[in-house]
Design a protein around this ligand. Structure first.
Ligand SMILES: Cc1cc2nc3c(=O)[nH]c(=O)nc-3n(C[C@H](O)[C@H](O)[C@H](O)COP(=O)(O)OP(=O)(O)OC[C@H]3O[C@@H](n4cnc5c(N)ncnc54)[C@H](O)[C@@H]3O)c2cc1C
Length: 483
């Protein structure tokens, strides 16, 4: 190890302790990627900070050494957001994992960023509350990652994304200063800096504490499975449900290939493997209102060619269905060494047409493409099972991925619903934004991090003008990852 790198390592060890500083090549393997397995980079070290002071001191040490740093939660991100440039330092938040306060009366919790999403809901369930954002990865992903990606989940349709549930933040800025943003009441009369940080993909600092809103568990829940001959009919049914003004808690579509993968896995829930697609409809709210809404949904899906409707009889059946739906990516992981989980949004009325085009793209490139997605939000997840070691297959996956994005944008959509831009989509930002838009976003980033030392290489395209638009930036954004 060269002198400067060795000196940085020993300062990091002095801050967090040698046992909390990972630098051996075999241990760093874990940190080479997140859930986007075909983008890779190896950091010089990973530190497991325990509190905001350690985070701040680590940042100052990195800056003194001229080394960029990357915040990281559980590494379940799907767009390369936590990917570390060669030689950088990863600030891992898994030890910042305490729930500091639960206030059931005010329906607020104060948590550290390494708290696992599902653990927060479990901790407040006894008060009849939950943390509403529920990414399918919620058994592993952290609140810090949810904040950075503005994560959604199946219940986003009714309850919104993470941004709707964050009231205040403690943030260690990219120069090491510790600041507090927002207020516990949710009212803030200055610029909405909490709103700016949520969804900023770890580029504006390291979140070390979050005050989040808790939501009452609904009085009653009904979950219904509508079985369709094909995925396009299921999409039409989604459009009809929304058109009537009903707001289900969730409207999720699972196509046949995904059903087959689920049923062959530990997540099997008795889904019909002969169906073209299933639509999961969850309704929640006041108990007396649900029977009428259920009847309405039954009629609507039947009119769109649903061949059968099954209703979960109790909480155990409902849980089995959600375990299957949320385990879908895991089940697909059995089909090939790699899974590219795509993420884009289209206006809901365009779902049937866009889905048909996506299926055609998969066939044209001879790819194993399946779909499981938040249909109620128009948030598509075309999933491609592949082997990144096969260069020809990887090239086809990337070409198909780009075409899928172009189809979604052409349909009036956007290039990410919930997984973020990261390294995955930074070079597709130009599909949606012009130079002036990107420069405006960069000026916001510059206000927090003029030298781009905090999670560089993310969000912004690697084209020259973007780097040159800020003379103070040290050019870390130029960094490329293996792809
Ligand atoms: C099986 C599976 C299912 C998924 N389902 C969903 C889903 O339904 N909805 C959804 O939205 N996403 C989903 N995801 C994506 C992913 O789980 C989310 O983006 C999640 O919020 C990432 O959390 P994490 O703790 O793993 O963060 P990481 O992957 O470690 O990091 C993600 C980003 O957050 C930043 N970050 C992490 N901690 C901090 C911090 N303390 N301060 C500042 N920045 C920070 C990182 O720099 C990075 O940019 C899924 C992923 C998998 C693997």
């Amino acid at each position: 190890m060269a002198g400067a790198a060795a000196r940085l390592l020993s300062s990091l060890e002095a801050i967090v302790g040698p046992e909390a500083c990972i630098s051996s090549p075999e241990h760093l393997l874990t940190y080479e990627c997140d859930g986007l397995t075909h983008h890779r980079g190896r950091p010089a070290a990973v530190v497991l900070a325990r509190d905001k002071t350690e985070v701040s001191r680590v940042i100052r040490a990195c800056r003194a050494a001229g080394v960029p740093f990357v915040p990281r939660g559980a590494g379940t991100g799907l767009s390369g957001g936590a990917l570390a440039p060669e030689g950088s330092v990863v600030i891992e938040c898994s030890r910042l994992n305490r729930i500091l306060e639960i206030d059931p009366e005010d329906r607020v919790a104060v948590v550290q960023p390494g708290v696992v999403n599902a653990d927060l809901s479990k901790a407040v369930a006894g008060f009849g509350l939950h943390f509403a954002p529920d990414p399918s990865s919620q058994l592993a992903c952290t609140i810090g990652g949810n904040i950075a990606e503005n994560s959604g989940g199946p219940h986003t349709l009714k309850y919104g994304t993470t941004t709707n549930h964050v009231l205040a933040l403690e943030l260690v800025l990219p120069d090491g200063e510790i600041v507090r943003l927002g207020s516990r009441t949710g009212w803030d009369f200055a610029y909405d800096l909490v709103g700016a940080v949520v969804g900023s993909e770890g580029t504006l600092g390291v979140v070390t504490e979050a005050t989040v809103r808790l939501t009452a568990l609904p009085e009653a829940v009904e979950t219904l499975l509508a079985i369709f001959p094909d995925v396009v009919s299921a999409c039409r049914a989604v459009g009809e449900v929304i058109r009537t003004g009903l707001v289900p808690a969730a409207l999720e579509i699972v196509d046949r290939k995904t059903i087959e993968a689920i049923e062959a896995s530990v997540y099997a829930a008795g889904l019909p493997t002969d169906a073209g697609a299933v639509l999961i409809v969850e309704l929640d709210g006041a108990a007396h209102l649900l029977p009428e809404q259920m009847q309405r949904v039954r009629e609507l899906v039947a009119a769109e060619r649903a061949t059968r409707v099954e209703v979960a009889r109790d909480a155990a059946e409902r849980q089995r269905l959600w375990r299957a739906r949320k385990g879908a990516f895991g089940a697909l992981g059995r089909l090939a060494p790699d899974l590219y989980v795509h993420d884009a949004v289209v206006p809901r009325p365009k779902l049937p047409e866009v889905l048909e085009r996506i299926l055609a793209i998969g066939e044209r490139y001879s790819l194993r493409l399946s779909n499981v997605f938040h249909a109620g939000d128009g948030n598509l997840h075309p999933n491609i099972s592949f082997d990144r070691r096969d260069a020809d297959e990887l090239a086809r996956v990337l070409a198909a991925g780009e075409e899928i994005l172009r189809v979604c944008v052409e349909a009036g959509g956007v290039i990410s619903g919930e997984h973020g831009i990261g390294t995955e989509k930074r070079d597709f930002m130009g599909l949606l934004f012009g130079k002036a838009d990107l420069d405006a976003m960069r000026r916001l980033r510059d206000a927090f991090d003029p030298e781009h030392v905090c999670n560089p290489g993310k969000i912004f395209p690697t084209t020259r003008f973007c780097v040159e638009s800020n003379p103070k930036a040290r050019g870390y954004d130029r960094v490329r990852f293996d792809a």
